[in-house]
Design a protein around this ligand. Structure first.
Ligand SMILES: *[C@@H]1O[C@H](CO)[C@@H](O)[C@H](O)[C@H]1NC(C)=O
Ligand SMILES: *[C@@H]1O[C@H](CO)[C@@H](O)[C@H](O)[C@H]1NC(C)=O
Length: 604
């Protein structure tokens, strides 16, 4: 099965449908569906066959504290998940050829980057795309290599994949090559990368499973704390865990984004201990969600000593993002076995709609949505709203789109589309055609707003009053806009760089797969061409210092997500719909697809 999935990623088919074949396809639709090889309930799963009573016994506490009680895993009955992908798109030969060309352009960009890594940084975490140097930034286990495995497969770079697999035996995940382990990054990039390569090759390479288990066991050690909250920034200078609760506060994203990888590892190995380790976090999130200052959302910092959320800052961006993203995706990966994830997702989205969403104030009346931030002033409890957005937040359109389909919330789909439009708009507004890392914009919280020149200029000066501005004040604001390259309705570009991030193309890809909207492919192509134009470097692609400036300097950085996410999603949006269908794969937050088994769709 995976063979045909991969094949569909490499080839491009032209479907020249006549009316008759259309009719035939329609008439035989049920038949086609049953032949797609989706498992039915009787075929069973690895996961379903696990014993109900097996306890997690591997964590030992020699610090005198009692082991945590075993928490039973989610109820065993799988639930149907609706099919979420748009069904038919008929493509003409012309369109097919065009997509093939675009796909090849993306593949060439990948090969250029891969060659840079191969020739200058093999087995190091990253290559420096300008100088050709190498770095160890993520534990020193060859981050770019592991993060690229599934993309190599999808793009049909089989020889390169085999070469990468051969070097796996040289990587030892039982001890890091660099001290100071970021558990979150290690989990999403390395464990996610190994698991998805295993899934895409149908378990053909045992070494992938061996290494995934070795790394899973290493990360499992981070949970060896009295309260079951994992070390997230793990100082690994001492190989045996401390048995203490982590001392410093933990980012929400680092707490809630272990679930997909640990779950998939349990499903594949049949060993439930990884799933069990997660339960503590799931329960914690579930129990606290409604008692925060913004019920439905969690603040960005958790204090593991006091076992409570400790900050007054609410955002869906960096530090928080993937915890929300994983609620719906974990529900899907578990085939609906736990209501908790569904309930938490719905509470979070409702609260986001009520508290954080705002409309962009656009001169052309374009419909855009963004998710701002809320901060509470500790002493007074007063709340301030920040009309801020950032590239990292662009994942939201995709998340809300998937949630709208999985939980049958049709009105959320237009919210998802407008969130995506906000990111597309932010790309198009910049002279380079690339969205900056962080920006503040004029907008309205509770209803759409008409363009208002005065309001924008007042915003630049940080004035919230409605009084008319004297001419010289107005001119001062215009001057600031000019100097800082603030095109209306931008108020401030707080970080003008572009770090080769994937979130915008990720959500555009997802919305394309959910709706079949062709114009999204053209949008993606324009984005890709600009990124190609402004970031290409000698040994890969380099982060851009200033997206406002077409003569901007480049930074000597190419993170591994460029390989695992950005280029993968660009490639996928030009590929056939059955190349990694969202009805068969759920993508982790590093762009790694995990196979999931939909027991039986309840779609008509
Ligand atoms: C991490 O380990 C090093 C080396 O043992 C030590 O000097 C440092 O204080 C440790 N840091 C923390 C936060 O524990
Ligand atoms: C939290 O509040 C929402 C909305 O009132 C409700 O639907 C949900 O069940 C609550 N969650 C918990 C865990 O009580």
């Amino acid at each position: 099965m995976s063979k045909s999935v991969i094949l569909s990623c490499i080839t491009t088919r032209y479907l020249l449908f006549s009316f008759v074949s259309l009719l035939l396809a329609y008439l035989y639709l049920p038949d086609l569906k049953s032949r797609t090889g989706r498992p039915n309930r009787n075929q069973g799963y690895e996961y379903e066959e696990l014993s109900m009573t097996k306890a997690a016994t591997d964590i030992v506490y020699d610090s005198g504290c009692c082991p945590l009680p075993f928490v039973p895993r989610p109820s065993a009955m799988p639930r149907s998940i609706p099919y979420i992908q748009h069904k038919f798109t008929f493509q003409t030969e012309h369109h097919g050829n065009q997509m093939k060309e675009r796909k090849h352009a993306v593949k060439r960009a990948f090969e250029h980057s891969w060659n840079g890594y191969k020739n200058h940084a093999w087995l190091w975490d990253e290559v420096s795309p300008i100088s050709g140097g190498h770095k160890s930034t993520l534990g020193g286990w060859g981050a770019t290599l592991i993060d690229s495995l599934d993309t190599l497969l999808i793009m049909g770079l089989d020889q390169e994949f085999e070469k990468a697999i051969e070097s796996l035996s040289d990587i030892d995940f039982s001890s890091p090559g660099a001290l100071g382990i970021n558990v979150f990054e290690t989990n999403i990039r390395y464990l996610g990368g190994l698991l998805s390569a295993y899934d895409l090759t149908d378990g053909k390479h045992q070494i992938l499973l061996e290494k995934a288990r070795q790394l899973g066991d290493f990360l499992y050690g981070a949970f060896d704390t009295p309260n079951g909250i994992p070390q997230t920034r793990w100082n690994w200078s001492n190989p045996s865990p401390t048995h203490e609760a982590p001392r410093e506060s933990i980012f929400l994203a680092e707490l809630g984004s272990l679930s997909l990888e640990f779950t998939r590892l349990s499903q594949i190995t049949g060993d439930e201990k990884y799933l069990d380790a997660l339960q503590k976090i799931t329960d914690l999130l579930h129990n606290t969600q409604n008692s925060t200052k913004l019920p439905g959302l969690w603040p960005v910092l958790f204090d593991p000593q006091a076992m409570q959320f400790s900050s007054t800052h609410f955002t869906l961006g960096g530090m928080a993002d993937s915890t929300y993203e994983y609620l719906v995706k974990e529900f899907v990966l578990l085939a609906g076995r736990s209501d908790k994830y569904r309930d938490m997702y719905i509470s979070a989205v409702e609260s986001m709609k009520k508290n954080l969403l705002f409309h962009g104030m656009n001169q052309d009346g374009r419909r855009t949505l963004f998710a701002g931030n809320i901060r509470f002033v500790s002493e007074t409890g007063q709340e301030t709203f920040e009309y801020q957005t950032e590239h990292l937040k662009c994942f939201l359109g995709g998340m809300v789109g998937i949630g709208s389909k999985v939980f049958n919330r049709p009105s959320d789909l237009s919210i998802a589309r407008e969130l995506v439009e906000g990111c597309i708009w932010a790309y198009e507004l910049m002279p380079t055609g690339i969205m900056p890392e962080v920006l503040y914009i004029s907008g309205c919280k509770n209803s759409r707003c008409e363009w208002d020149d005065e309001r924008w200029l007042r915003g630049i000066l940080g004035r919230s009053d409605e009084r008319e501005m004297p001419l010289e004040v107005r001119e001062a604001a215009e001057q600031i806009a000019l100097i800082h390259g603030l095109r209306p309705p931008i108020l401030e570009v707080a970080d003008p760089s572009y770090r080769l991030r994937p979130e915008a193309i990720e959500s555009i890809f997802i919305l394309y797969r959910l709706t079949g909207e062709r114009s999204l492919q053209d949008t993606a192509w324009r984005m890709f061409q600009n990124i190609e134009k402004y970031t290409r470097a000698e040994h890969g692609y380099a982060a851009l210092d200033d997206t406002r400036n077409t003569e901007s300097a480049k930074l000597d950085v190419m993170e591994s997500f460029w390989f695992s996410e950005t280029l993968k999603y660009f490639y996928l949006i030009f590929s056939d719909l059955d190349c990694l269908s969202l009805d068969e794969y759920v993508f982790n937050t590093e762009g790694h697809p995990f196979k999931y088994l939909n027991p039986e769709s309840n779609e008509i």
